[in-house]
Design a protein around this ligand. Structure first.
Ligand code: IPE
Ligand code: IPE
Ligand code: MG
Length: 245
C-alpha cells in the first residue's frame, strides 16, 4: 500500500520543516563533484513542494543554506548561489501551477546581490498564490535569528514601544523570521545525520523529529509521505500523560 494512501488527511501537520542534507555524499557515491549533488537536489525540492501542496500542507520550510555554509570552499558557495538563481527562475512555473507562494528567511541582505534580487523577484511573482507557503531558509541560522530578535526587542523596549511585561513566549515568536507561521510539527532530516545544525531552534520545541538515511537528491514524494505516516503514528503528549489525551 502506498504511503500516500495511509495518510489521515484530517490530521496533517500544518507546517513541515526539512533539513535537505546529503547532496555532497550522493555526488561522491556517483563519482561526481559535490555541485552535481546540489544540482540533482533541485528535483527533490520540486517533488517535495508538489507533494506537500497536493496533500494540503500549509507551510513547508526548507533549509537551503546556513550561516555556517559560508565556510565551505568558495567554489562550492559560488555554485550554490548561482544554482539558487537558476532554480528560482526555472521553478517559477511549478510554483504558480501549484499556487505555491515563495518566501525566504535568513540574513538575506548579505546574499550576493544577483541572488537576492532573483529571490525577491520570485517572492513578488508568487505573492498572490495561496495554496501553500514555501519558505527557503537562506543564510539562516537559529542563533542569528534569535540574536536579531533580541536586538529588535531591546530597541523597541528602549523606544517605549514595548514594556518588560510584554515579553512573552508569543511576543518572542513574533520577532522571529517565522512570524505568522505556526511552529513546525514535523522536522525531517535526510542523509542519516541526526542533528539540528542551528535550524529553527525556538520553533521546533515540540516538533516530532524524523531522520531518514535517504540522501536528499534521491528523496521523492513517497519518502515525504512516509515521514507523515510515521508522524501520525506517534503520540504527542506535550508534557501530559497518555490517559489525559
Ligand atoms: C545539503 O547537502 C546541502 C547544503 C548544505 C547546501 P550537503 O552539501 O551538506 O551534503 P553532504 O552533507 O556533504 O553530503
Ligand atoms: C545543514 O546541513 C544546512 C543545510 C541543509 C542547508 P549541513 O550539511 O551544512 O550541516 P552539518 O555541517 O552537517 O551539521
Ligand atoms: Mg551536509
Amino acid at each position: 500500500m502506498l504511503y500516500l494512501d495511509q495518510i489521515d488527511k484530517a490530521r496533517l501537520p500544518k507546517h513541515i520543516a526539512v533539513i535537505m542534507d546529503g547532496n555532497g555524499r550522493w555526488a561522491k557515491l556517483h563519482g561526481k563533484p559535490r555541485v552535481f549533488g546540489h544540482k540533482n537536489g533541485v528535483k527533490a525540492v520540486r517533488e517535495v513542494s508538489e507533494a506537500a501542496a497536493e496533500i494540503g500542507i500549509d507551510f513547508l520550510t526548507l533549509y537551503a543554506f546556513s550561516t555556517e555554509n559560508w565556510n565551505r570552499p568558495a567554489s562550492e558557495v559560488n555554485a550554490l548561489m548561482i544554482l539558487l538563481i537558476n532554480t528560482v527562475k526555472s521553478e517559477l512555473k511549478t510554483l504558480n501551477d501549484n499556487s505555491i507562494r515563495l518566501n525566504a528567511i535568513g540574513d538575506l541582505k548579505k546574499l550576493p546581490s544577483r541572488t537576492y534580487d532573483t529571490l525577491m523577484q520570485g517572492i513578488e511573482d508568487t505573492k498572490n498564490n495561496d495554496r501553500m507557503t514555501l519558505t527557503l531558509a537562506l543564510n539562516y541560522s537559529a542563533r542569528w535569528e534569535m540574536t536579531d530578535a533580541v536586538r529588535r526587542i531591546a530597541r523597541d523596549l528602549k523606544a517605549g514601544v514595548l514594556s518588560e511585561n510584554d515579553i512573552t513566549d508569543d511576543l518572542i515568536s513574533q520577532y522571529l523570521s517565522t512570524v505568522n507561521m505556526p511552529d513546525p510539527e514535523l522536522l525531517i532530516r535526510t542523509s542519516g545525520e541526526k542533528r539540528i545544525s542551528n535550524y529553527l531552534l525556538w520553533q521546533i520545541a515540540y516538533a516530532e523529529l524524523y531522520f531518514t538515511d535517504v540522501f536528499w537528491p534521491d528523496f521523492r514524494k513517497e519518502d515525504f509521505y512516509q515521514a507523515i505516516v510515521e508522524f501520525q503514528s506517534r503520540e504527542r503528549r506535550f508534557g501530559q500523560i497518555s490517559e489525559q489525551l
